[in-house]
Design a protein around this ligand. Sequence first.
Ligand SMILES: Nc1ncnc2c1ncn2[C@@H]1O[C@H](COP(=O)(O)OP(=O)(O)OP(=O)(O)O)[C@@H](O)[C@H]1O
Ligand SMILES: [Mg+2]
Length: 348
Amino acid sequence: ADRILGITCADLIGKTIEEAFPPLAGTEIPRRYIEAAAHGTPWFFEQVDYDDGTVAGAFEVHSFQTRPGSMAVSFMDITDRKQNELALAQYRDRLEALVDERTAELRDTQQKLLAAERLAVLGQFAGNVSHEIRNPLGVISTSAYYLKRRLQDQDEKIHKHIAQISRQVDNCTRIIKSMLDLTRMETPRKKAVPLSECLDAALCSAGAPPRHIKAALDLPAEPVILHADPEQMRIAFKNLIKNAFQAMESDASGTLTITARAAVDDSGAPCAQITVSDTGHGVPEQMRDKVFQPLFTSRATGIGFGLSITQMIIERHDGAITLENSAGPGASFLIRLPLAREGDSHDE
Ligand SMILES: Nc1ncnc2c1ncn2[C@@H]1O[C@H](COP(=O)(O)OP(=O)(O)OP(=O)(O)O)[C@@H](O)[C@H]1O
Ligand SMILES: [Mg+2]
């Protein structure tokens, strides 16, 4: 006991427990010892000192009655056992955390694979169908045009129907165009290309914004040069811009803002950080995790390809796109894309 407790037993004779061991005053220990001595109620406990999460010392303490009014206490040093138990528990926690992390990664990869596969199958199917439908659509369109000219003096109803045919043909052509965007998605042919060029081309192909919508570009003075396939970048940004215009369509006024700055990605590599934000109706909470899924749309005339194509393009460029939790109104997409490095070609 002297060695384990670091005391001299002889000094304790005639003292109460609290006098001998002041830190025990106020704990249940003196009462338990007295119960063991007076009533013969044996008591067992483990005392473990934790020092910064590691076991500094541990005892297994047994107290039992030797004769009425007397008791004995045995102390067993179990520091090693406790240290091993603690190390094991910490190891188990680490393992569990690792398994959770890996499971989440696996689920994420699996979801991405599924989405990519779905997109690839859709793309292939869409490519074939588009091809088959384009010719008949062309014929319908020409016939509608012919009828319109020949029936010029007919009543208004006929003109209304002919206009309807032309509108719906345009609609189908638009759907086919986005399907073809999917099938044309080849391996990116990357080169050094200024972001401003990609954005100009995207803004052009998104069509003129409705008059009540302003577009604001906030690019750094120093040109941001991407390592990217310009044609694919045009499509990726066009889809985002079109979505923004559509989300602000029925508002009295609206602003599309595109900002860019040089940043570093998670691995510390330099990248361009681009945001495409609008002041439209925004994305409702319950839709947030669906917007990148192919064929997900909330618009009556939408197909639901836009964002999945954009995401596919950006990921094929080793970039990333996320829908931000914007504090203000509207939606905001954050895109990270690798910057061109010295030596990247400027030509195809
Ligand atoms: N800027 C935005 N503001 C609000 N909602 C958006 C915005 N961008 C996308 N969304 C939501 O995400 C959905 C999917 O977008 P996505 O571009 O993939 O398809 P779509 O615009 O509906 O159809 P498509 O682009 O094929 O014509 C939209 O229907 C809309 O609900
Ligand atoms: Mg869209």
